[in-house]
Design a protein around this ligand. Structure first.
Ligand code: GLN
Length: 388
């Protein structure tokens, strides 16, 4: 066996925290509030459309760009919700989830030595994508309770080698929804320094306080932005792995150049079904948001009553809590013991930071679960104070 196995650029990533914590939940039978996935299926008409597509024989490779009807449905969705116009033939690309879209954007648009500015805590695949492109990250820390950034710090993070910014809103893991003023400040820096932007908008329909504003809607931004989203969170089918890119033709072509050698294509029958989902009426999108808002409040209030200090998220289906009021100070150690202490799994936010002291005492819980599951989880977590 050769001595060097794993490519050194990937060594720091190990196994994702989501895989580790879901395996822990399976092994212990604990309630899994770690990895973010709903415990109920999405809309029946969307599931039925997938079954019908399989039965109708849509089971071979779809076109490299994704099926035409889904590209059209994505373009219609961007117009309907945000007034953004994209040409489905030249400006939309279907991907294997947002993760492939992001990796494809990094691999096609960055060269070794380029710098990418993004916020910390970060979603793990964003920094892994930067590393796989042999580029370097420059981080700006978002701090609770409001997770606002320091404008001077952001401006100072941009240097002569900066090529790209990554903006994830609504933001995983914090649940922050960037407001117009923050986005305008980001946009102004991107225009001034002529930067590309990759946005991750997979929680776009899960903004409870404030509204989701795609960065591409701001002046001068559409031409430099690779807008990324996906079906997983919006339709509660996270295992289908259907995502998309909306970007000007040149940028879409660049991302396609990498994407075609990552998965090539995926999910033919699911692509048909997601087109049905994207065309559901407003009542569906409003109902999804209202249901999750209620569960956000249930879990946030429950965590507070259990002695944590939770930061009520404006969006996503995650809530972050400080564990220090309960007498713990190491979120990673606590998450590893949590199943044995009280039969619940969560994710330690420290893995989303380079500056580990910033996130050491923070833990993330997912609330995309049935109310009775959240109720039981809160009951179990309430006993934690007595058990340390
Ligand atoms: N997006 C999911 C989360 O944040 C995890 C997806 C994954 O396991 N990679 O929990």
């Amino acid at each position: 066996m050769p001595e060097r196995l794993l490519n050194p650029w990937l060594v720091e990533f190990g196994t994702t925290i989501f895989a580790e914590m879901s395996a822990l939940a399976t092994a212990t039978g604990a309630i899994n509030l770690g990895q973010g996935f709903p415990d109920t299926d999405g809309p029946a008409e969307v599931a039925d459309a997938a079954v019908a597509a399989i039965r109708a024989g849509h089971n071979q490779y779809p076109p490299g760009l994704g099926i035409a009807d889904l590209r059209l449905a994505v373009a219609e969705h961007q117009e309907r919700f945000y007034g953004l116009e994209f040409d489905p033939d030249t400006e939309v690309l279907i991907t294997a989830g947002a993760t492939e879209a992001i990796a494809g954007a990094m691999l096609s648009l960055l060269v070794p030595g380029d710098e990418v500015v993004l916020f910390e805590p970060y979603y793990d695949s964003h920094v892994a994508g930067i590393a796989m492109a042999r580029a370097e990250r420059r981080l700006v820390t978002l701090r609770p309770p409001h997770y606002r950034f320091d404008p001077d710090e952001l401006a100072a993070a941009i240097g002569p080698r900066t090529r790209m910014m990554v903006v994830n809103s609504p933001h995983n893991p914090t649940g922050k929804v960037f407001d117009r003023q923050e986005l305008e400040f980001i946009a102004e820096l991107c225009r001034r320094h002529d930067l590309l932007v990759v946005t991750d908008e997979v929680y776009e329909h899960l903004a409870y306080d404030g509204t989701h504003i795609p960065l591409a809607t701001l002046p001068g931004m559409r031409e430099r932005t690779i807008t990324v989203s996906s079906a997983g969170k919006t339709f509660s089918f996270t295992g289908w792995k259907v995502g998309w890119v909306c970007a000007p033709a040149e940028l879409r072509a660049a991302v396609t150049a990498a994407k075609q050698f990552l998965t090539y294509v995926n999910g033919a029958p699911f692509q048909h079904a997601v087109a049905v989902g994207l065309r559901l009426g407003d009542d569906y999108f409003d109902g999804l948001r209202a249901g999750l808002r209620a569960r956000r409040d249930q879990l946030t209030d429950g965590l507070a009553a259990a002695g944590f200090e939770p930061y009520r998220p404006a969006g996503t289906y995650f809530v972050t809590a400080d564990v220090r009021p309960l007498g713990f100070d190491d979120g990673m150690a606590l998450c590893r013991r949590l199943p044995e202490l009280c039969g619940v799994v969560a994710v330690p936010n420290v893995v989303f930071y380079d500056n580990e002291h910033e996130g050491r005492h923070l833990v993330r819980f997912a609330f995309c679960k049935r109310p009775e599951v959240l109720e039981e989880a809160v009951a179990r977590l309430s006993k934690l104070g007595d058990r340390r």
